[in-house]
Design a protein around this ligand. Structure first.
Ligand SMILES: [Zn+2]
Length: 286
């Protein structure tokens, strides 16, 4: 066999230059794919994540809340518009909303630190807490005639609230300066949590929402009720973020190992965000 290849392989190459063209195009495709993956802007939770959250929330709205939300955003509109707040970031009219999407913290904070920062908005690290409270108040004040933009922001930012890299470190811009490889391509820790982990599972947003609703059914009531305060869930998210950072130096660089370690915690955060958004809207429209 080896004689065959030694003798005929060069001729084969000359007769079939397609093979070389093919390998070159595969190389170019991989480079382009990596470039594309790297260049994708950091959309909190990514488009799919926000749709999953909104779908879970929509499925758990009270009849009254759904009627009201549909009246403002159209039927299922809260799902279709869940990414609007990211899409408008490039519009100068909305440029002041850029830091509404995150609330970064330094590491080593205590539960009490996190609890009090929810009430007394930190001077640095983003304006997510302040934005959420203002939007909430705006809706309560104008219940009969809600500005659709207010509701769109509230739906989106309620998802960002449970996105670990939107409660990450200030000094690396929420994990945007933490470089890592994802199946050989350059990416950043922030993007891994916004998009790569979710995309790695290959579900559509409706399939993903249905899967999480089934898997976390036992957590639904405690999250919809008063068993968990928002502050405790924020504290959980902060602790998760700290664990994610601590894993970086011990990770062996294998993408499959990363997915194996973090898929479940990521999915739980999506579920929490969805159910808590339903709870928020149900209470606003009670
Ligand atoms: Zn966002």
């Amino acid at each position: 066999m080896s004689f065959f290849f030694r003798t005929f392989a060069p001729d084969f190459e000359n007769q079939y230059p397609m093979r070389r063209i093919f390998s070159r195009s595969v190389f170019v495709a991989i480079v382009l794919l990596c470039a594309q993956l790297y260049a994708v802007p950091a959309f909190a939770w990514g488009q799919k994540g926000h749709r999953i959250i909104a779908k879970i929330a929509y499925d758990h709205l009270s009849r009254r809340a759904r009627r009201n939300v549909d009246a403002v955003l159209g039927e299922q509109g809260m799902i279709y518009l869940a990414n609007w707040a990211d899409e408008i970031k490039s519009d100068t009219i909305y440029s002041n909303s850029y830091d509404w999407h995150f609330q970064d913290f330094p590491s080593g904070l205590t539960k009490q630190d996190i609890f009090s920062s929810r009430d007394r908005y930190p001077a640095e690290g983003g304006n997510m807490f302040r934005a959420l409270d203002s939007l909430n108040q705006e809706i309560l004040n104008h219940k009969s005639e809600i500005n659709p933009h207010t509701l769109r922001f509230l739906i989106h930012l309620s998802g960002d609230l449970y996105c670990p890299m939107h409660m990450a470190h200030m000094d690396d811009r929420g994990g945007n300066d933490v470089h890592m490889k994802w199946f050989g391509c350059d990416t950043r820790l922030h993007t891994v949590w916004d998009e790569r982990l979710i995309e790695s599972q290959g579900y559509s947003y409706t399939e993903y929402a249905a899967k999480l609703e089934r898997e976390y059914e036992a957590s639904r009531k405690p999250l919809l009720g008063d068993q968990w305060s928002e502050k405790e869930l924020i504290w959980n998210t902060y602790q998760l973020t700290e664990q994610i950072y601590a894993y970086q130096p011990v990770w062996d660089g294998n993408t499959y190992h990363y997915i194996y370690r973090w898929r479940q915690p990521m999915e739980y955060q999506l579920y929490v965000a969805g159910i808590r958004l339903a709870k928020l809207l149900n209470e606003l429209y009670r």
